[in-house]
Design a protein around this ligand. Structure first.
Ligand code: ADP
Ligand code: MG
Length: 391
């Protein structure tokens, strides 16, 4: 056969080509070992995040109630995420009702653990989890992101190169593995994004899928579905919210994350094929959850929501699918969908989120539309947390 190819060899070559191309792409984005940095925020952005008016913010500076911040030669103030946390603390001391500016957990509140879930890749799990984490952090919540996906997209977004930085160790796998698990605190990384810590993901996580059947036979405790929750116990007091970015499959990793969760967000692209596959996904999830529930897993959730992603308001068929979902699932479908927007994919090209890029780098209406949509979604998630805390 003149034209036969060795498929394994071709795949390997392709993999090497992609890896080399990516490496050089990364080099052009940021120099090796250069660290990502969080930008400063305008007075308008700071006021919006703090929940006050820009004139009140100006007055606070004028009255000397809050510390000076970075000011441009033109007199414009710019706020770091740390400045905003400082201002929050000061405002809280003068607020009439407690928790007006520091909205995280209080004495007796349990930590909120959210899983972003769907077994389809590309439904927006990583995109929605990272934007939720960042918005919540900018609003003063202490957030831990846990990258449960061996593909480690979330870890990459935080400026790490999982295939170099955490090839042998340093991922969440180390904390949930069956042999000599490490305390989670030893693998948690403080990220450049103020208020967000990360438990990295990476290929090593795949080991958990391979080792679990054996561990089940050997009756190693705790069993797979309780290992994530067990690992979190050590550190949960340090956080208001813990966010799992799950892999696109319903394996042991996903089940373990799910069983540690208090809230579940299922990301859905509103087209009939995706809904059909989601129906299978839900059926399988329910069956598996029955099994682990019988084995003693915790199945108490505060909420489950469908998060519609890549929504195009002018697309007729999409509108029908969304209407169908709302009819079917009622209030379990989030009120605000995440719009399909080039701002998300454009920001992604430089490994950034919409909250990280500067408005001036984008077409204004595109940027504003994206930010508005993301804010509505994430503020809805925030109110679910508040409700779970009984507020
Ligand atoms: N609302 C959106 N609009 C435009 N692009 C999006 C949107 N949501 C996700 N994407 C893009 O789609 C791709 C897959 O999204 P991702 O969040 O990685 O999905 P998952 O984690 O479910 O596999 C990414 O390149 C992301 O930038
Ligand atoms: Mg992902």
């Amino acid at each position: 056969m003149a034209h036969s190819i060795h498929i394994n060899q071709r795949i390997r070559e392709n993999a090497q080509n992609i890896s080399a191309a990516l490496e050089s792409h990364m080099m052009t984005i940021f120099a090796p070992d250069a660290r990502k940095e969080l930008r400063l925020f305008s007075a308008g952005e700071a006021a919006e995040l703090l929940g006050i008016s820009t004139s009140f913010l100006r007055k606070l500076h004028f009255d000397g109630k809050i510390p000076d911040v970075h000011t441009t030669p033109g007199g414009r103030r710019h706020y770091s995420a740390a400045d905003m946390i400082e201002i929050r603390k000061i405002l809280e001391t003068t607020a009439k009702t407690s928790g007006a500016y520091l909205r995280g957990r209080r004495e007796g509140d349990k930590v909120q653990v959210l899983s972003f879930l769907n077994f389809k890749g590309g439904s927006g799990k990583t995109t929605s989890s990272v934007h939720a984490a960042q918005r919540l952090a900018l609003k003063g919540y202490r957030v831990l992101c846990v990258d449960v996906d061996p593909q480690a997209s979330l870890t990459t977004l935080f400026g790490y190169r999982p295939e170099y930085d955490f090839l042998q160790s340093g991922t969440i796998y180390d904390a949930i593995r069956y042999e000599d698990p490490l305390p989670l605190s030893q693998i948690i990384q403080q990220t450049y994004f103020t208020g967000i810590d990360l438990a990295p993901g990476g290929l090593m996580l795949q080991e958990f899928e391979h080792e679990t059947p054996q561990a089940l036979m050997g009756n190693i405790q705790p069993p797979f579905f309780a290992r994530m929750a067990a690992a979190l116990q050590e550190v949960e007091a340090n956080y208001d919210v813990i966010i799992f970015d799950c892999p696109p499959q319903l394996g042991y990793l996903t089940m373990s994350a799910l069983c540690a969760s208090t809230g579940v967000l299922i990301t859905v692209v509103p087209n009939m094929l995706d809904i059909a596959s989601m129906s299978q996904f839900l059926q399988m999830s329910a069956d598996l959850l029955d099994v682990v529930s019988n084995a003693g897993a915790n199945m108490e959730f505060d909420f489950l929501r469908f998060l519609i992603n890549r929504y195009e308001p002018n697309d007729g068929p999409q509108q029908q699918v969304v209407a169908f979902m709302r009819q079917l699932f009622g209030e379990e479908v989030m009120v605000s969908p995440m719009l399909k927007t080039t701002a998300i994919s454009d920001a992604g090209l430089t490994q950034q989120t919409v909250y990280e890029v500067e408005r001036s780098q984008f077409h204004r209406t595109t940027y504003d539309r994206a930010v508005d949509s993301l804010n509505l979604v994430n503020d809805e998630i925030e109110s679910l947390l508040q409700q779970a805390w009984g507020r």
